[in-house]
Write a protein that binds this ligand. Structure first.
Ligand code: ATP
Ligand code: MG
Length: 326
């Protein structure tokens, strides 16, 4: 069976790390048909559109999408793309690797982030000069979807600890509904869980990440807490993510286009290659996904390493080392 994969490198280091992930997928004994699409600042400058219709269609028709990064136009690209693939869950594992000098070496947390609403509703207004508002949307349906996904994910992947992050003491209506709905899902399943106020959780994550497994989060909280966790395990160059829908899915690193290092050939390809490993899991190639993770883990442990991890290797050198291990 051939799987059609839409590949959208985008801007900045997306152009450098996406080919690395494609090379890794090509090295496996799985039939892929790659189709490449444009998105981001560069194509907007050329055509006026950050996400051309052709790219949209490519992602909609493919079995899965690999996306690199977009710069200034990120919101115009990734929010619609997540919609195109019908994604409601953003899965962001933050794992510490042996051999890396991480702030917290015992981190193994998966953030399951609601991906369709909250403050990302896009409903912003200027009600009068100098006063602007944002409407935070929380629905029972999306809250139920993300909670069910989170508890299923924990069960399928052997996590004992599930934490529901919220700020229902302040956002009583919106996060009240999120919390109440997620707790109802847990009760229905007879699943154990904890709840945590997201601010206190940020502190506890820094001090005791080992206490957490799956963390189910509203949209913005999931974005911020997963970046925080990236810092605990060695930086943004390491964190992959999956945007999962009912039928389709899109895989992307947590990092952005990193304009400060773009074009130098030194971006860490690990986050992108680990995103490809999540794509393999998603398509049912769990063994291949594990092989890719083991290869990346081996390289992180023994080198070569890119400058963000204290080394002086290039993106290509790290990618070759991963391919050698495969
Ligand atoms: P964007 O607006 O596209 O998100 P940004 O300026 O926020 O751009 P990020 O990509 O989010 O940049 O990166 C934040 C920091 O982390 C930058 O200093 C960047 O160099 C570093 N970084 C991110 N990804 C990587 C990577 N894959 N390898 C090395 N460093 C990285
Ligand atoms: Mg960024």
């Amino acid at each position: 069976m051939t799987h059609e994969i839409a590949v959208i490198p985008g801007d900045g280091i997306g152009q450098e790390v996406t080919p690395a992930a494609v090379e890794v997928l090509e090295a496996l004994d799985v039939d892929f048909d790659f189709v490449e699409g444009d998105a981001g600042d560069a194509v907007k400058a050329e055509t006026g559109e950050a996400l051309p219709q052709a790219t949209r269609k490519m992602a909609a028709d493919a079995d899965a999408t690999l996306f690199g990064a977009a710069g200034e136009t990120a919101a115009d690209v990734i929010l619609p793309l997540r919609e195109v693939v019908g994604s409601f869950a953003n899965v962001r594992p933050a794992v510490s690797y042996p051999g890396l000098d991480a702030v917290q070496p015992d981190t193994d947390i998966v953030f399951v982030r609601e991906n369709t609403e909250g403050v990302y509703s896009g409903i912003e207004d200027e009600i009068t000069e100098g006063v602007r508002t944002l409407t935070r949307v929380v629905t029972e349906e999306a809250s139920r979807d993300i909670a069910e996904f989170g508890f299923d994910y924990a069960k399928q992947n052997g996590f004992d600890d599930v934490t529901i992050a919220h700020k229902a003491n302040v956002m009583r209506e919106t996060d009240g509904l999120f919390l109440e709905t997620a707790e109802a899902v847990a009760e229905e399943r007879g699943a154990d869980y904890d709840t945590a106020l997201m601010d206190a959780l940020a502190m506890h994550l820094v001090m005791h990440p080992e206490d957490y497994g799956v963390v189910i989060c509203p949209n913005l909280a999931g974005d911020m807490l997963s970046d925080l966790a990236a810092g605990l395990v060695g930086g943004l160059g390491l964190l992959p993510s999956a945007n999962v829908g009912e039928e389709n899915a899109l895989f992307e690193p947590v990092h952005g286009s990193a304009p400060d290092i773009a074009g130098q050939g030194v971006a860490n390809p690990s986050a992108m290659i680990l995103s490809a490993a999540m794509l393999l899991d998603h398509l049912g190639y769990d063994d291949e996904g594990d092989r890719v993770r083991a290869a990346v883990e081996g390289v992180l442990d023994e080198g070569p390493r890119t400058p963000d991890l204290g080394g002086d290797a290039s993106t290509d050198e790290v990618t070759s080392a991963v391919l050698d291990r495969l």
